[in-house]
Ligand binder design. Sequence first.
Ligand SMILES: C[S@@+](CC[C@H](N)C(=O)[O-])C[C@H]1O[C@@H](n2cnc3c(N)ncnc32)[C@H](O)[C@@H]1O
Length: 245
Amino acid sequence: MQSRFPRSSRYDIQWMIDTAMGPNVLWLAEWLSEAVELKPEMRVLDLGCGMAASSIFLAKEFGVQVLAADLWIRPADNQKRIEAAGLSHLITPMHVEAHAMPFAENSFDAIVSFDAYHYFGTDDLYVGYVTKFLKPGGVLGIVVPGVAHELNGEVPEHARPFWDWEFCSFHSAGWWRRHWEKTGLVTVERSDWLEEGWTFWRDWNLICAEACDGERRDGRLSEAKMLEIDNGRTFGFVRTIARKS
Ligand SMILES: C[S@@+](CC[C@H](N)C(=O)[O-])C[C@H]1O[C@@H](n2cnc3c(N)ncnc32)[C@H](O)[C@@H]1O
């Protein structure tokens, strides 16, 4: 892990566990940042930022200005984390519903989203909405849990005992590419699959399971078992990056 995600490996593990809402978001943000140029003068929207760990990572690593937008997590709670990280001058937390964004058009140089875009961005028209807030030439970059190939409603036999209906929002790299390209509004620069991504997902669940108890622990262990049995045949992470035309 240390060698695959060198920037993330410098962060406190307990802080990462305390801010976790799913897969390790620092690893997802670091993977995206390998393919998106981020520079200090850029204004970045972190859409569905959860507990703002990715916003803190992007501001600290690249000096970008981040609008940390989320629906479920209170901005006041994120503000405390941002202040503790000494990054109030770069990050602004906001309560935002992804379909009703309170921003002017052409506001951002980049819109990024980690383990969140599949909650609100799978309908055909959403990319047209969200890219209104990007400057021309701006970048839309997401990392989401995904599948190696489209399941088309068929749950793999080995995944059935663990299946959650919300997994129907997991798509392949090819699906995300077509989903955005068909609008003609963006140029997809890449849509790819994280090599051995399932092992990072599994290992992070095991680390978090150690640190919690009750239902949360059971959920983490069950997901880790599913990923272990699946062995990379189905589940992993997709990264898709596009530029506004
Ligand atoms: C699984 S959590 C991931 C959070 C964070 N990105 C991370 O990886 O730790 C999904 C996040 O998506 C956000 N979300 C879901 N639907 C949303 C919507 N319609 N508008 C804005 N945010 C939304 C939730 O508030 C939640 O924090």
